[in-house]
Design a protein around this ligand. Structure first.
Ligand code: ADP
Ligand code: MG
Length: 140
């Protein structure tokens, strides 16, 4: 399997509860290497642009307000099959459905405040990494 890079976000519920290191430990234990990382606070406009793919969904406005409600930590995870591996360790979108040991089972507060974002495919990974990082910031 090829080495991939994927975008991960610690969402505002995670930074508020001081869970960044605990979540990063799950990534690193799964063999995902953090090759870029920064903390930032999105504006509402920036959150709306990031989640534009969900603009027609009923939860879009609430989701964007939530994503702009506090700091996030953006990172690029690298490893063999990193996109699918990250989705595996994240767990299901709704923590009620997330498997034991996954980040969302361990930490998520609700289907909205579910602690982490992860790219879902190679194309979205490339777009989402470029939204937050320049090539110079990726240090493998
Ligand atoms: P994922 O983050 O697992 O890829 P989606 O891409 O479907 O999930 O949704 C993006 C984000 O929107 C979710 O992580 C969650 O924060 C929020 N969300 C998804 N579905 C709902 C819902 N039914 N109600 C409220 N928020 C939702
Ligand atoms: Mg998604």
């Amino acid at each position: 399997m090829a080495v991939e890079q994927t975008l991960s976000l610690n969402k505002p519920d995670a930074t508020r509860r001081i869970l960044v290191c605990a979540i990063c430990q799950v990534f690193e234990a799964a063999g995902l290497r953090i090759v870029a990382q920064k903390r930032l606070h999105l504006t509402l406009e920036q959150a709306k642009a990031f989640y534009a793919v969900h603009a027609s969904r009923p939860f879009y406005n609430d989701l964007c307000s939530y994503m702009a409600s506090g700091p996030i930590v953006a990172m690029v995870l690298q490893g063999e099959g990193a996109i699918a591996k990250n989705r595996d360790v994240m767990g299901a979108t709704n923590p009620a459905n997330a498997a034991e040991g996954t980040i969302r089972k361990l930490f998520a507060e609700s289907i909205e405040a579910n602690s982490v974002h992860g790219s879902d495919a190679p194309e979205t990974a490339v777009q989402e990494i470029a939204y937050f990082f320049s090539g110079l910031e990726l240090v493998g």
